[in-house]
Ligand binder design. Structure first.
Ligand SMILES: NC(=O)c1ccc[n+]([C@@H]2O[C@H](COP(=O)([O-])OP(=O)(O)OC[C@H]3O[C@@H](n4cnc5c(N)ncnc54)[C@H](O)[C@@H]3O)[C@@H](O)[C@H]2O)c1
Length: 277
């Protein structure tokens, strides 16, 4: 549907099955882009346990699936907490495929959740540092490369519905995603003169690995069964269903294609109408 042949993309947090990063990376590859699949790749302490993150074996599986479908991809470990690793992920794209046209800053954590009175600094810092500082590193290093190339580019940040409203019990997550909106708008201003478009996608609920954990967590916190919790969620969404990874991938493909040449600085709801601003 969109011709991305000849374009090169880096997607962070793309190494987990059922994830938004995986879906966006696969869609870009299906449209002809060469894709660097990046993720943290290994468990790190209690905040990045294996049940929550994309491991190197899973990254390799996703690359193999893309190649089997006729696409081009490679895997690269990148912890977005470390600026040097984010810079190295951009360099990996340039070394492997010659350039960088698309950067999707998607890595995020939404599982260190507690009410403000119980929220510890270490969890606040981890969420803000992955979800906001990590996006800043990605925007910065992608833009540097795109400016050097001199022919524009598309940067997409995965924000959230949590960038548009508060959610009780999710202060760090909500704050980080609101920050992504401000960063996206500012980057669009700074890089517009270089024809680098910077946009954010704001999904509502998608039952990814992270989404499944949130369903369990928030239904229990609200004293509801998971079925009851999901039914209430669907009932408030105008289109009557929760999001699919393909919904988010479709928006990403559009935003980084030549069909969106005049779209920048936007924080686009992909939420079945649940969010409208
Ligand atoms: N699922 C939803 O309902 C939903 C809704 C709105 C926004 N989002 C956002 O979408 C993005 C993807 O989430 P998802 O739902 O696909 O979950 P996911 O768990 O499948 O993806 C998140 C990825 O981020 C990676 N990651 C975590 N810490 C990292 C680090 N330090 N360095 C590099 N990678 C790291 C994880 O390994 C994982 O692969 C996140 O930014 C999330 O906040 C998700």
């Amino acid at each position: 549907m969109y011709d991305l042949s000849g374009k090169v993309a880096v997607v962070t947090g793309a190494g987990r099955h059922r994830g938004l990063g995986e879906a966006m990376a696969k869609r870009l590859a299906a449209e002809g882009a060469s894709v660097v699949i990046t993720d943290i790749g290994a468990a790190k302490g209690t905040q990045f346990s294996s049940e929550h993150i994309g491991m190197t074996a899973e990254m390799a599986e996703i690359v193999a699936e893309i190649e089997k479908a006729g696409g081009t991809a490679t895997a690269h470990v990148c912890d977005v907490l470390d600026e040097a690793q984010v810079a190295a992920a951009v360099k990996k794209a340039v070394d492997t495929y010659g350039r960088l046209d698309i950067m999707i800053n998607n890595a995020g954590i939404g599982y260190l959740m507690s009410g403000i009175l119980d929220l510890e600094q270490k969890d606040w810092d981890a969420v803000l540092n992955v979800n906001l500082r990590g996006v800043f590193f990605g925007v910065k290093h992608a833009a540097q490369q795109m400016i050097a190339q001199g022919d524009g580019g598309s940067i997409i940040n995965t924000a959230s519905q949590a960038a548009k409203r508060g959610f009780a019990g999710a202060a760090a997550y909500v704050s980080s995603k609101h920050g992504v909106v401000g960063l996206t708008r500012t980057a669009a201003l700074e890089f517009g003169p270089h024809n680098i478009r910077v946009n954010a996608i704001c999904p509502n609920h998608v039952t990814t690995g992270l989404g499944a954990w949130q369903n369990e967590h928030f239904s229990a916190a609200g004293g509801q069964g998971e079925d009851e919790y999901m039914a209430a969620m669907q009932a408030r969404i105008p289109l009557g269903r929760v999001g699919l990874t393909s919904d988010i991938a479709a928006m990403a493909a559009f935003l980084c294609s030549d069909q969106a040449p005049y779209v920048t600085g936007q924080n686009l709801d992909v939420s079945g109408g649940e969010e409208m601003h």
